[in-house]
Structures are given as structure tokens and as C-alpha cells.
Design a protein around this ligand. Sequence first.
Ligand code: NAP
Length: 302
Amino acid sequence: MSIRPRSLLATLVLASVAALVSGETATAQAVDTGIRPVALVTGSTDGLGRDVALRLGAAGYHVIVHGRNEERGRAVVEEIQSTEGSASLIIADFASLANVRQLAAKVLADYTRLDVLVNNAGIGRGPDGATREESQDGHELRFAVNYLSHFYLTRTLLPLLRESAPARIVSITSTAQNAIDFENVMLERGPYDGARAYGQSKLAQIMMTMDLAVELEGTGVTANAVHPAIYMATSMVLNRGGTPMATIDEGADPVMQVIMSPLAGSGNYWRQATNARAQAQAYDLEARRRLHELSLRLVGLN
Ligand SMILES: NC(=O)c1ccc[n+]([C@@H]2O[C@H](COP(=O)([O-])OP(=O)(O)OC[C@H]3O[C@@H](n4cnc5c(N)ncnc54)[C@H](OP(=O)(O)O)[C@@H]3O)[C@@H](O)[C@H]2O)c1
């Protein structure tokens, strides 16, 4: 791929990236996104999120790339900029609510609009026999990284999304969905099962999506959850020795469709291109109320 000369916009964005990753605070100069719509893709230093970030960059969005790995994050930003796209990088570990708060504060301080939020960052079920781990806040790790961090981020960014309407919230879920036991949400009792932990975090994302759709009805902000593909060839699958059954591109296609198409509606669980039925608990309004209240309490928003 040929590298074109950097535009003034790209230069401005690059300067802002340097400020962001060097740890300067939100008082740094706001990122100049020009007339571009803005998309934040969590977990876009690798895998599916990286692919979606590149596609959004190519589609004319200013992309806020996020992850933990600065080197990979910079590479994604530079790849978007190399084709006259616009991007910036924010590093934040979603195993820490303090880090998520800093990310949200930086977005609110540095951007005047947010048109697309893709809640993608995630960890898989881990190796067979994986033992229970906790986030820095003492929450079961998969619930914390995959769901709670995105619950906090989405709620905190809602005012900006509303101001930017029409806007889209797209949460990356999975066909792996497990009902939440409200007596044992943090999986402290019984043998730990990484697959169950992953599955309950993914169902929680769908439950959040359905609640958001009701809350946001008539605002021009939609919320959908998408299962991209089974066993894409990403680090999540490869690192546990899994055999890929789909390419990353095959997973990114339905995600982009839900982001771009008004036909995606709101409050839907998309199993790739199919508007599908989620695990039964997603339709249990009392369970959704309990999860919402618990989540508000756990992230300190009540
Ligand atoms: N792979 C599949 O077949 C499949 C199937 C269904 C659903 N999904 C879902 O698709 C999404 C993306 O998964 P993937 O397969 O693309 O995985 P991946 O290649 O492992 O990428 C995961 C991304 O999430 C970020 N991330 C992980 N832990 C983080 C943390 N504690 N804080 C901040 N960022 C973190 C990673 O950032 P760093 O590398 O910078 O840490 C990376 O950018 C996930 O939500 C996953 O559940 C995947």
C-alpha cells in the first residue's frame, strides 16, 4: 500500500495522539476531527475491533482507537492515517474502572461529537481449567472487562451520543450466552468455569442493549448487539489453541452492516445478518431491572 503525504488534518490528529499516549491530561488541546463523524471502537488494537476501526476510518470517520497495547494501537492509527484517514489513540485497561473513567473523561473533554460507539473490547473464556480472576475493583474479571466497563462507558457517553444523534451504540456479543445467577454474579461459589463467566458477560451486554433501546426510543440513538462469527481467527481464539472457523473479515461484515444500516433498528440481537432471539433471560424484565441496578451500584453511578 502506498503512503500518501500527510494532510494538515492528519498532522493535527497525530500531534493529539502523541499527547494522548504520553499521558497528558484532558486539558490537552481537543482533537480536531474537522467535519468527520467520530467513532470510538473499544479493543481496536487487535482482532475484530482493529478491522472495524480500519473500515470506519476508510468510510470517513475519525476513529478513536482503544486498547492496552500502545505499539499495536499506534500501528492501527498510522494505518488509518496512511490512507488520509483520521484517528487517535487512547490507552485504558478495562480491568480497572478508574482507567475506564479516565477514558470516558478524555472523550468528553476532547470531542464535541460521538456518532458511533462500538463496545468490542473483550477477553475470552481462557484456557481449559482457568481459575477465577478479579478486576482491580474486585469484580469477576470477564464480567468486569466485557460488560461492566462498557456499561459505565456507555452511560457516561450517553449525553454526547444524544447530542450527536443520529448515533449508534453497537455491542459485540456472542452466541455463547449464560443466564446470570443473581445470587452468584461474581461466580465466587462453585467451581469456576471460564465459559460460563464469558457467557454471562455476553448476555449482560445484550440485556444492557435492550434496556438502552427502550431508554433511547425517539432520541435518534440506537443500540444493538451483534454476534460477529463463530471462532474468527483472532488472538482470542488462536491463543487458546482454537481452530478458526471464520476470517476476521467475515465477522466485521455484519458488524459494519449494523453500524451503517438504518434497517438494523434498535434493541436487536443480531446473530451475524439474522435478527435472532437471545437467551431467554434477556426478555425477563425483572432480571434486566436487577442487572441494571446492580451495575449502577458496582460502577458507582447510583
Ligand atoms: N473471536 C471470536 O470468534 C469471537 C466470537 C464472538 C464474539 N467475539 C467478541 O469479539 C470481540 C473482539 O474479540 P477478538 O476475537 O477480536 O479478540 P482479540 O483479538 O483478543 O482482541 C481483543 C481486543 O480487546 C482488547 N482488550 C482485551 N482485554 C482488555 C482490557 N482489559 N482492557 C482494554 N482492552 C482490552 C485488546 O486490546 P490489547 O490487545 O491492546 O490489550 C484487543 O484490542 C470480543 O468482545 C469477543 O467477545 C469474538
